[in-house]
Design a protein. Structure first.
Length: 279
């Protein structure tokens, strides 16, 4: 169970929340729907990988007997139904795509790293679209620059991290620069489409640019981990970076509640990763 990464799934709602707002209970419902899909996917993944984990990861819940296979399957089904129920009619299509991608990833991720990358990238990107559809009243909520930027950034980064994680046993999982580049390109396009102003002072003092600078510093720290004595730690740091990207976009809109959410999710994921494995 990779529960240490769960906060990064919650922060996927930051962009849509910053753009569309929403009542606290409505926003909480979106967060629960996405987390339900995430946890359901982890449970299904562990069920399908049980025989593999018994040999290679005996400390996981199913091999240890902490939860039965039947209970894990039932819990995964419950999580999927909860996600569909909370999505409602306005976001039913997005929720179905998320759950289909989660199921296919759990089934096929061991078959091909490229298939796994495509499917996990789809899961990460569609989580953003699901949040936008739920808060933005359906399909009309998913076609804005903010939502599309986060969708591409998260989808591309999810795929890149999957490729890197498949090589974490190597001296340097890589290739280097793939994950930050996957995130940087859509963010640069977004900034060029919505610049903070024409003067240097506008750029230097804009909260979104300051948040982007912080994100770049974090990516450099991740690269240092990749080149260090424990390169596998870079994977967890890259995963926490999902929340850092959410913070950049929320800061661009200057929506303080979603900025706070992304920050809390980033910090919480790093704290949990100290006790729970990220991969």
């Amino acid at each position: 169970m990779r529960l240490g990464n769960a906060p990064t799934a919650v922060s996927a709602i930051a962009g849509a929340w910053a753009l569309y707002g929403g009542e606290p209970l409505q926003v909480a419902g979106v967060g629960v729907a996405i987390v339900a899909a995430y946890i359901g996917g982890m449970l299904l993944n562990d069920v399908i990988d049980q025989s593999f984990d018994e040999k290679h990861h005996p400390n996981r819940p199913l091999p240890q007997g902490l939860i039965s296979r039947l209970h894990a399957i039932a819990a995964a089904i419950f999580c999927g139904m909860l996600c569909l129920t909370l999505a409602g009619a306005s976001a039913q299509t997005e929720a179905l795509i998320v759950l289909a991608a989660v199921g296919l990833y759990s089934w096929l991720h061991k078959a091909s790293v490229w298939m796994a990358a495509l499917l996990l990238g789809t899961c990460r990107g569609m989580a953003v679209l699901l949040a936008a559809a739920m808060l933005g009243d359906g399909a009309s909520g998913i076609s804005t620059p903010i939502v599309l930027t986060l969708t591409v950034a998260h989808g591309a980064a999810g795929a890149a991290i999957t490729v890197a994680a498949s090589q974490e046993h190597r001296q340097r999982p890589g290739p280097g620069g793939l994950v930050p580049l996957a995130r940087l390109l859509p963010l640069v396009v977004f900034v060029l489409l919505d610049p903070p102003g024409s003067a240097f002072e506008d750029w230097a003092t804009d909260p979104g640019m300051l948040a982007m600078l912080g994100w770049l510093v974090w990516e450099l720290a991740c690269e240092r981990k990749r080149r260090g004595d424990h390169p596998g730690q870079a994977v967890g740091a890259w995963i926490a970076g999902f929340s850092a990207v959410d913070l950049v976009v929320a800061s661009w809109v200057l929506h303080v509640p979603s900025m706070a959410l992304a920050t809390i999710c980033f910090v919480l994921s790093r704290v949990l990763q100290r006790f729970l494995p990220a991969t």
